[in-house]
Design a binder for this molecule. Structure first.
Ligand code: G3I
Length: 322
C-alpha cells in the first residue's frame, strides 16, 4: 500500500505515543516510533508503581532506558506521572501518621524524579486524574488523606517546580469531553491553584474515547480547556471499540467512527494558537500495545478475529503493519 507521510511531518505540533522500555528493544517498534513520533510518554515506568519499592528504595532502570532512547533519537520526553490517586505505595502508607515525615518523603520523591530527568523531560503530569467523575471535587487518595485535598496538589507543583523550574507542569484528567461537570470542576481547581500562585503550566486532556461518541464534544472540550490560555496536551488519545460493541454492528462503521473522532480532535487541536499546541499523544501505537486489550479480551468475536487480533482496534497500527 502507498505509504502515508510520517505523523510528525504532517502535524504542525509534536505528536507522541506512550511506550514501555521492553517495547523499545524490538527494532520494528523502535523504527516505527522514531519514524512517526516526536515525543514519548512512559506508559508506566515513570510512575510510583514502578519506581517506589516496598522498602522505600527507588528504581530507575526502566525510565532511564526510555529517556536514553528519546535522547539518542531526538525525541521529546514527557514525564508521566508524579502523583496519582490510584497509587498507595507501601513505603508511603506505612509512614507514621506524622505529617512532617510524610511531606518530607513526598518532597523527596518528587524532587528525586523530576531532578533526575531535568534537561531531558520537556514537561510533567504532576497530578493525574484528581477530579471525581461527577465533578464533586478532588478525589480521596493517600495524598489527600495525609496532606489535604488541595494542599497535596499545591505541594506537588511547588516541589516539582523547585526541582525543574524550566518546564511546564501539567494537570491531566480524562472524560473531560463527555462529562462537562467534571471539566468545570477541573477548570475551577486550576483557577484556584493559579490564583494561589501554584505553578500549573499546562492542561492535559487524556481523550480516551468510546467509539459511539457523538460529534462536537471534543471540539467543545478543547476550546473550553484552552480558555485559560495555558498550553494544552491531548495526552492519551485512543478510541475504544469495546464500548461501542452492539451500538455499531459493522466493524467498518467502527473504523469510520474512529477516523471521525481522530479527525475532530486533531482539527480542534490544530485551531489552537501555536503557544497552546503543546503536543498530541496517542496512547499506544499498535493494537497489540493497547492497554485496552484487557478490555477487549471479553469482547465479542465481532471485534476480534480467531487469533485475538482486533478487527477495528483502538490504535493507528496493526502489529508490525501500517
Ligand atoms: O510489565 C510488568 C510485568 O513485568 C510485571 O510482572 C507486572 C506485575 O506487576 O506488571 C507489568 O507492568 C504492568 C504495566 O502496565 C505494563 O504492562 C503494570 O502492572 C500495570 O499496572 C501497568 O498498567 C498501566 C496503567 O496505566 C497503570 O500504570 C497501563 O499499561 C497504562 O496503559 C495505564 O495508563 C493510564 C495512564 O497512566 C493514565 N490514564 C489512563 C491510562 C489507562 O489506564
Amino acid at each position: 500500500p502507498a505509504r502515508l507521510p510520517p505523523l510528525k511531518d504532517v502535524a504542525q505540533f509534536p505528536v507522541g505515543t506512550c511506550v514501555r522500555s521492553d517495547q523499545l528493544a524490538d527494532p520494528a517498534f523502535a523504527r516505527l516510533v522514531v519514524e512517526q513520533f516526536s515525543q514519548l510518554t512512559p506508559e508506566w515506568e515513570m510512575k510510583m508503581e514502578y519506581i517506589v519499592q516496598d522498602d522505600g528504595a527507588f528504581r530507575f532502570e526502566g525510565p532511564d532506558r526510555i529517556a536514553a532512547f528519546a535522547h539518542q533519537n531526538g525525541l521529546r520526553l514527557f514525564g508521566h506521572t508524579l502523583v496519582w490517586y490510584i497509587h498507595r505505595p507501601k513505603a508511603f502508607e506505612q509512614l507514621d501518621e506524622g505529617r512532617v515525615r510524610f511531606v518530607d518523603a513526598y518532597r523527596n520523591y518528587i524532587t528525586a524524579v523530576v531532578g533526575r530527568y531535568r534537561g531531558q523531560a520537556v514537561a510533567w503530569d504532576v497530578v493525574n486524574e484528581t477530579i471525581e467523575d461527577d465533578g464533586s471535587g478532588v478525589r480521596d487518595s493517600l495524598w489527600a488523606e495525609r496532606l489535604g485535598k488541595e494542599e497535596h496538589i499545591a505541594l506537588a507543583y511547588r516541589f516539582a517546580h523547585a526541582a525543574d523550574p524550566g518546564v511546564p507542569l501539567f494537570l491531566n484528567d480524562y472524560f473531560l469531553e463527555t462529562l462537562p461537570k467534571k471539566r468545570a470542576a477541573f477548570l475551577g481547581l486550576v483557577e484556584r491553584l493559579l490564583k494561589a500562585g501554584v505553578p500549573v503550566g499546562g492542561l492535559g486532556t487524556q481523550t480516551h474515547l468510546i467509539a459511539d461518541q457523538g460529534p462536537g464534544l471534543i471540539k467543545a472540550a478543547i476550546a473550553d480547556l484552552a480558555s485559560l490560555g495555558l498550553p494544552i496536551h491531548v495526552s492519551e488519545m485512543d478510541v475504544s471499540i469495546a464500548g461501542a460493541r452492539g451500538l455499531l454492528k459493522d466493524p467498518r462503521d467502527l473504523e469510520q467512527t474512529q477516523a471521525r473522532l481522530y479527525a475532530e480532535a486533531s482539527e480542534a487541536f490544530s485551531l489552537l494558537p501555536a503557544r497552546q499546541r503543546f503536543a498530541f499523544t496517542i496512547w499506544g501505537a499498535r493494537d497489540s500495545d493497547s492497554w485496552r486489550r484487557k478490555e477487549a479480551a471479553d469482547d465479542t468475536p465481532l471485534l476480534f478475529d480467531a487469533d485475538g487480533r482486533p478487527k477495528a482496534a483502538a490504535q493507528a497500527w496493526e502489529q508490525g503493519l501500517r
